[in-house]
Design a protein around this ligand. Structure first.
Ligand code: PA5
Length: 435
């Protein structure tokens, strides 16, 4: 069982500091457990890995098979929590160049995204890329009323209908939405599209392990049984109320202690480019959950070593309001030996015979040491390897620690009232009826 381990030795936080939060964390723990099955609350994600709809899960796998058979491309339409989780998992677990691989190697459809912006250029470019290829659409929206995915779906539905005719287009549209509310639900009922449900008590950014994430993830050939198994192991492990043992709770407490010490920005750091979208998912999870009531740790992210050549200067010597959390993949799946070169004109023969993973590891160690010496406390989340199980674990780890952390901070980590403000302005400017 590949556990996640936490290294807090570069945070300046001692065991005593952590245990100050013992009673508070125990109370939050009990409160979350009490609310887990309340359909009118948003804590349904807590037991989701063991309490999901098995019939729907089987239907997701069937739908993924069908998409794989009849489509070279799946267009995933959604925004925020309705697409970031799927993209995070797919990119973490497939080739860095998945969509560029020939079908023979890829074996599963390309996964392309729409409905996460309002750029005409983006949609036109996507239409061009799809060209004559066979494609299907998975439109995902919990509210069923979000503007960006609604516009994208209107466009791609029309393209599907023109290309395949109304009937066949219907069989290529998969809708993931609320079980009864919203314009998308109504449209799906009227058109007879296959539907998947986002449970009432699971909010958008906590929904990756529902059909929201699982259908696109399965369509990309990722084993969703194993993903759920990883989350199940995490659910079990992190139901341990002991703050001495529960790494997930310790992470939540550590970031709050750092925040009290004027560290207002947390940077999630990876040394594996495949985790770029995992960071985007994490940013949404923590940003939308904690940034309210004039509180919150601002979640940022860097990809290493890439961003050391752009953001490294600020992190080392800029305003001292930062701390870092590194996701360290201990055993990368791929390896690459650096060969010796007779001329050594590039001067890197000192690395000859070494594996690139070794160089990456030393870069990480050197960066941690430098940043810590520059007063940037450092948390390391160690993950044995990157696979379906460990990604399932990581998802649950961060979801639960986010819920604990938000509660310690004194905010409701399950709402997002601030997101509505810009929408009201935009709708007014666009002349939407009622605004
Ligand atoms: O976490 C959230 O609730 C949000 O980020 C939503 O996922 C996002 O706004 C999209 O909403 P919807 O799924 O209703 O289209």
């Amino acid at each position: 069982m590949a556990k996640i381990s936490l290294n807090l030795s570069n945070t300046g936080i001692g065991e005593k500091d952590i245990l100050v939060y013992k009673e508070q964390v125990e109370n939050i723990h009990k409160d979350l457990e009490r609310r887990a099955n309340d359909q009118d609350d948003f804590v349904g994600w807590l037991e989701l890995p063991t309490k999901y709809d098995k019939e729907e899960f089987a239907r997701i796998k069937e739908a993924a098979k069908r998409i794989s058979k009849d489509s070279d491309i799946l267009v995933v339409i959604g925004i925020g929590g309705s697409y970031l989780g799927a993209r995070a998992v797919i990119e973490a677990l497939t080739s860095s160049f998945y969509n560029m691989l020939p079908h023979k190697q890829r074996k599963f459809p390309k996964i392309l995204y729409a409905g996460n912006n309002l750029s005409a250029g983006y949609i036109n470019d996507l239409i061009e890329v799809i060209g004559d290829s066979d494609f299907s659409v998975n439109v995902i929206s919990k509210s069923g009323t979000t503007t960006e995915p609604a516009i994208a779906f209107r466009i791609f539905r029309e393209i599907l209908e023109n290309k395949y005719g109304i009937e066949e287009a219907r069989s290529r549209i998969y809708v993931t939405t609320d079980k009864e509310k919203g314009a998308l639900k109504q449209l799906a009922d009227e058109e007879g599209y296959e539907q998947f449900v986002i449970p009432d008590n699971v909010g958008g950014r906590y929904s990756v392990l529902t059909a929201v994430g699982l259908l696109p993830i399965a369509a990309a050939g990722v084993d969703i049984d194993k993903l759920m198994q990883g989350a199940q192991q995490a659910q079990k492990e992190y139901s341990n109320v002991s703050l001495k043992e529960n790494a997930c709770y310790r992470y939540a407490v550590a970031r709050n202690i750092l925040n009290k010490n004027k560290k207002d920005i947390e940077i999630l750091v990876n040394y594996e480019p495949k985790l770029h979208y995992f960071t985007e998912w994490w940013k949404q999870l923590y940003g939308e959950s904690e940034g309210k009531d004039l509180k919150g740790i601002f979640p940022a992210g860097i990809d290493c070593t890439t961003d050391l050549h752009s953001m490294g200067q600020y992190i080392q010597e800029g305003k001292r309001s930062l701390f870092e959390t590194v996701i360290n993949i201990e055993n990368p799946a791929s390896s690459l030996k650096i060969n010796s070169d007779d001329d050594n004109l590039d001067g890197i023969n000192y690395l000859a015979g070494k594996d690139l993973n070794f160089v990456n590891q030393k870069a990480m160690e050197g960066v941690i040491e430098a940043h810590v010496s520059g007063d940037v406390p450092n948390i390391v989340v160690n993950v044995e390897k990157l696979n379906e199980e460990t990604v399932g674990r990581l998802i649950y780890f961060f979801e639960k620690s986010c819920a604990i952390s938000g509660n310690i901070l004194g905010v409701n980590p399950f709402n997002q009232p601030g997101v509505e403000k810009y929408k009201a302005n935009m709708f007014k400017l666009l002349g939407k009826p009622g605004y």
